[in-house]
Structure formats: C-alpha cells, structure tokens
Design a protein around this ligand. Structure first.
Ligand SMILES: [Zn+2]
Length: 528
C-alpha cells in the first residue's frame, strides 16, 4: 500500500491540535499531522497525493441496520407515499413481477403523513394485492401493515389473542384490521422464508456500499442475527468489507440461546474490519406507533402508556448475562419509563463503567433522571435525525411544553451532564447521511417547520465529535480511532468544501470526495 498525503483543512478533533494542513498515511496508520511541507518531506516514494477541501476523522454511524438498508433497496418503498392507497398501488406494481404466492415486503409508510392520520386497513392492501401475502413495515419498524393473505398465513383471526408485548389492531367485532404493533408483527414475520446466506451477503454488501458513498468509515450494526454474523465474519476474513463494522449480537432470543451465542463469539469477536462485542436488547417500542413506554399517558391517546417489551426481571437477567460474558449491553429505550427501567437494570448489575453500557435512542429522559443517567456510566447513543423527522408530531404525543417534551432528544442536556454521546441515524428507518445528521443536530428544525426546543441544539463541532470520537468511545476504540493523530488508524472522510464554514444547507450537499479506511481509499479517486 502506497503512502497517502492528504492536504486540506484537517479538522482533527484532537484538542491538542484542532486544525492542520496535511495528514500523511503510511501502512494504514496516520504517520504525520501538521504542516504540508513537513508531512510531504516524510512521505515515501510515489506517495499518492489527495487535495481535499476539508477532512475529518472517519465518520461513524453508531446505530444503523446494514442488512435492512440493503434489503430496503430491493423492497417496495412507501417513503413519501401521500396515502394508504398510494402505498398499496406501489405494492401492486411490485407484485406484478413476482410469482403469485411469494411474499412481497416493503416499508416506509407513515400514517401521520396521510389524510386523517389513521392507521391503514388490510382491505385497501388486499384489494390492490389479492394474490401475494404482503407485509409493509411502518417507517419506524414498530408496526406492520399486512393484507388478507398475510393474515391468513399467520393464522390471525378475530379470536387470536394479542401476543405479549404486541397488539393486533381490531375493528368491529374484533376483526383484525391488518396493523400489527411491535411483537405482534412476529406472527407474520415468522412465516416469511428466511434470506439465504447468499441473499444476506448481497444485502449486507449493498448496504455497506451505500454507507461508504455517504462518507462513513464505520457502522455500528444494531442487532445482527447469527446467520448474518457468520456472513460478516466471512466477508471480514476475505477483506471484502468496504468499511469497519461494530456488530451488536441480536439479544432478542431466549436467555439460553443468547448465552450460547455469546459463548460462540467470546474471544473471537475481532476479524479484520469486524468487531463483535456488543449485544442489542430492547426495553420498549417507538414513539410514532405509540409503543414507547411512558410514565404518563400519550397526550394524544389517553389510557395508553406504551409497552415495555420485557419484564424488569427479564431485562435485568439479560443485562447481567451480557456483562458476565464480557460483552457490552446496548439497550433500545425510547420512552421515559423505558429509560428509567434500563437505568434500574444497569444499577442492579453493579458498577458497569468498564462494560460501557449503551442506551440506544434515549429519546425521552425525565430531567430528574439525568443525574442518574450520568452516574450509571451509560453512553447515550442518539440519532439527531429523529428530532427533525419526529418533530412535526412529537408535541402531540408528549404534550407541548410538558417536562417530558423538554426532555426529548436532549443532546445539550446529555452533554452538559457529562454523558458520553455517540451519534448515528438508525438507517434505513431514516436517511443514513451523516452530513444531514450533523446539520440536524445544529438546526433541530423539521422540514419547513420551526426549531424544536432550540435550547437542546448543539454546535457543528460537537455534532462531528459525536459522529467520530464519541462513536469510537462507544466501540472501545478511542485509543485507535476518532481523532486524527499520529499512530491512529488512518480512517478519514474528505469533503470537496469547507465543512465548518458551509451553511447547514450547503453542508447537506457538500460532496464527499474521499473515504479512507485503514489507509485505503474506499470511495473516490484512487480507490480499489
Ligand atoms: Zn435501530
């Protein structure tokens, strides 16, 4: 591998030297950070020279779903559909090219964008797609809209009871309306044939290729089932991963199965660009589908507190098992009651600072529990894009001006309390673009709206830190990545303009010119 000399405004995220003119990459590591002449003098013969507008440490998405992203590109997309009928029409179009009886999958719908904001009905989808079982995930993945064939395949009838942690929405006479919330989705998902290893590999690589094109050098894959972990390991051993992957083992299995999976990976979690050392657990659902667990009723659904997906005892037992096996617990918690339950589970497990537990999303924290959060040693793994995409309806769910509304997406509060902050996007639920994430953190403004609790905005430099240093800390990699410093892994993201001086609108469109992972150009001129 030839040396690389990258010249531009190097924003290092290193407090000792925040700005430099050049960085020299040699043998996959950073060999010089400083003046251009100095780094050029130390470059080896035939070094490749890259002139960039600005450069930051490689951007990391600390929470996304890689296979889901790759699959979403092959599925029906109802993103932007203006009505249930429009979404059903798109599904019918796809069904035309698929043999009758085969499953049609899709997602991206959001009833909040539709006339009346009501959940859709199976009849609309059944009329459009009568001959294929069809299942369309809600934009947040916490509800599914299915047609009559899919209900029949899953055996869901008027008398079918709600499974624990889930809800079958019903109409007159108990008729299932075709919307399955949280754990009830599994009744249908369990009937869909699993992806083959070849399909899994294709979906993972498609997802990773899209991520590198957006400027990402690493992703934390938030919940990977055993088969996909094996695919990751094969790809890593063959050096076919375009970016680094920090994989979280899927913890939503019975405890004995989880313990077996942990035993399988213990001491074997590092292979090339792959690290397997975290476990994804769930405390609740999501706010959009009113599945996030709140202390008080949803402001727009009296009597509904959302759902805790497991009992406090079961969550504690899993956290304890994960920590005992030497892994990092990463627990999805969105509502204030779920966040509180996770804190109780962490406290019950003793001093977890060394295990670096993560709370994924952490969307609503009661102000009175911020100090408890800081004392727990937990990392806040948050997604700035949620504040802008949820912004249009979050006041309706929580009640504008309430204490819990002020505790929503509270990045400034989290930073002020000294809680380590890592940023991601939760793709494919949201766009994976880190430029949009940085701009959203700074603006907190839903498209065409007004800023949402603007006192929780953070600066561009703080947002970049959460996508670099913060994400590195969340993956136990702060000694190797997250800042541009001599001796560190040469992971760099280069832009065609000045990242810190661009307006937020310019930042969203700033071209990514080079993505360098371990000293190799994975995106842009000079790549493999
Ligand atoms: Zn997620």
């Amino acid at each position: 591998m030839k040396d690389l000399l990258v010249v531009g405004s190097i924003h290092t995220q290193d407090p000792a030297r925040p700005l430099a003119e050049a960085v020299l990459v040699s043998g996959g590591k950073i060999a010089c950070v400083g003046a251009e002449a100095e780094c050029a003098r130390r470059a080896g013969e035939g070094a490749l020279r890259i002139r960039a507008g600005s450069v930051v440490p490689g951007l990391v998405d600390a929470h996304g779903h890689v296979q889901g992203l790759g699959r979403a590109r092959r599925e029906v997309s109802c993103t932007g559909a203006s009505s249930a009928e429009a979404c059903a029409r798109r599904t019918a179009e796809r069904a035309r090219s698929v043999p009758p009886g085969s499953w049609i999958r899709g997602g991206g719908w959001d009833q909040n964008r539709w006339p009346g904001a009501a959940f859709p009905d199976e009849a609309t989808l059944t009329r459009a797609v009568p001959d294929h079982p069809a299942v369309l995930s809600r934009v947040d993945g916490h509800a599914a809209w299915v047609n009559a064939r899919a209900l029949a395949a899953a055996g869901i009838r008027p008398g079918t009871p709600d499974p624990p942690g889930g809800k079958i929405l019903r109409g007159a006479g108990g008729r299932p309306t075709g919307v399955l919330v949280d754990a009830a989705q599994e009744l249908v998902f369990a009937k869909i044939p699993a992806a083959t290893p070849a399909e899994t590999e294709e979906e993972i690589l498609a997802g990773l290729r899209e991520l590198v094109s957006l400027g990402l050098t690493e992703v934390h894959d938030a919940s990977v089932p055993p088969g996909a972990l094996d695919v990751y390991r094969r790809l890593a051993e063959a050096d076919r991963l375009p970016i680094r992957v920090y994989a979280m083992i899927d913890g939503e299995v019975p405890l004995p199965a989880l313990e077996a999976e942990l035993a399988r990976w213990k001491g074997k979690g590092e292979a090339g660009r792959l690290t397997v050392r975290a476990v994804k657990l769930f405390a609740d659902g999501a706010l959009g589908s009113r599945g996030a667990a709140l202390f008080e009723d949803y402001a727009d659904d009296p009597g509904n507190l959302g759902l805790l997906l497991s009992t406090p005892d079961a969550l504690r037992a899993k956290v304890r098992a994960v920590v005992a096996a030497g892994f990092q617990p990463a627990v999805h918690a969105i509502g204030d009651r779920a966040v509180s339950e996770v804190l109780s589970a962490l406290e019950a497990a003793g001093d977890l600072r060394a295990a670096r537990p993560r709370i994924e999303h952490l969307q609503i924290v009661r102000p009175r529990e911020v100090a408890r959060l800081a004392a727990s040693g937990a990392i806040a793994s948050m997604q700035p894009v949620h504040a802008t995409s949820d912004g249009p309806w979050v006041a309706a769910r929580l009640g504008a001006g309430t204490e819990r509304y002020r505790g929503a997406y509270a990045w400034r509060t989290v930073l002020r309390a000294g809680v380590p902050l890592a940023f991601g996007s939760d793709f494919p639920v949201e766009e994976a673009d880190p430029r949009a994430g940085i701009a959203d953190a700074e603006e907190r403004t839903p498209r065409g709206g007004t800023p949402f609790t603007p006192e929780e905005r953070i600066s561009r430099t703080e947002a970049i830190a959460a996508f670099t240093r913060g994400a590195a800390f969340a993956a136990f990699a702060e000694g190797r990545r997250g800042v541009v410093r001599e001796g560190m892994d040469a992971d760099l993201t280069a832009f065609g303009g000045e990242l810190l001086r661009a307006s937020p609108a310019e930042l969203r469109a700033l071209p990514v010119t080079h993505v360098i992972v371990g000293g190799r150009v994975e995106w842009g001129a000079g790549g493999r």
